[in-house]
Design a protein around this ligand. Structure first.
Ligand code: GAR
Length: 200
């Protein structure tokens, strides 16, 4: 059993997860990348890292359920146990939520419930708040909602530009996310819903 990362963009979190999982010899490795944006940079990273990837174009499906059924088929072929969202800019629908109840996590670049949705780093910088941060949470049907697992604060200082603040956020993400995913796969963090016997 292993981990699939879902990503839509650059893939820096994906790369960090793969590197940490290899460095620390995780019992469940990152063995698949699912990308919903053909041509995204994350696909290049997967190739360089030697992680199998699949690129989907959800717009070509009649609806979300059809798209997710195809994704689910692939996840089952690869014996995927955990779905780790890393910059996957799409809501998860009932097909995947039911199949992976309690086994989908997401990272978001703010202290949720503040600044959900797109462009959270800019939203916090322009508000302006003094402290924002990073949140990892279990995924439900909402946008950046679901039970919070871990949060770290990141200060916005007087001399921060949007770029320097974004860099601090990404550093915090790259440190926090692999820690949380490791704790999840080793049972130190318990999913918020019971797993069925075949999934334990
Ligand atoms: C990350 O900052 C992640 O927290 C954010 O997308 C970025 C992806 O960066 N996710 C969200 O905003 C989810 N609502 P990456 O592609 O370099 O990992």
């Amino acid at each position: 059993m292993s981990i699939a990362v879902f990503a839509s963009g650059s893939g820096s979190n994906f790369q960090t997860l793969v590197e940490r999982s290899r460095m620390e010899d995780w019992p469940e490795p990152v063995s698949l990348l699912i990308c919903d944006k053909p041509g995204a940079k994350v696909l290049e990273r997967a190739e360089k890292l030697g992680v199998p990837s699949a690129s989907f174009a959800p717009k070509e499906y009649p609806g979300k359920a059809d798209y997710e059924r195809d994704v689910l088929h692939l996840l089952r072929l690869h014996r995927i146990k955990w779905i780790v969202l890393a910059g996957y800019m799409r809501l998860i629908g009932p097909v995947l939520l039911e199949a992976y109840a309690g086994r989908i996590v997401n990272i978001h670049p703010s202290l949720l419930p503040a600044f959900p949705g797109k462009d959270a780093i800019r939203q916090a910088y322009e508000y302006p708040v003094k402290v924002s941060g990073v949140t990892v949470h279990f995924v439900d049907e909402g946008m950046d909602t679901g039970p919070i697992i871990a949060q770290v604060p990141v200060a916005i200082t007087e001399d921060d530009t949007l770029e320097s603040f974004a860099e601090k956020i990404h550093q915090a993400e790259h440190s926090l996310y692999p820690d949380v995913v490791y704790q999840l796969i080793t049972g130190k963090i318990r999913p918020p819903v019971p797993l069925s016997a075949s999934e334990k």
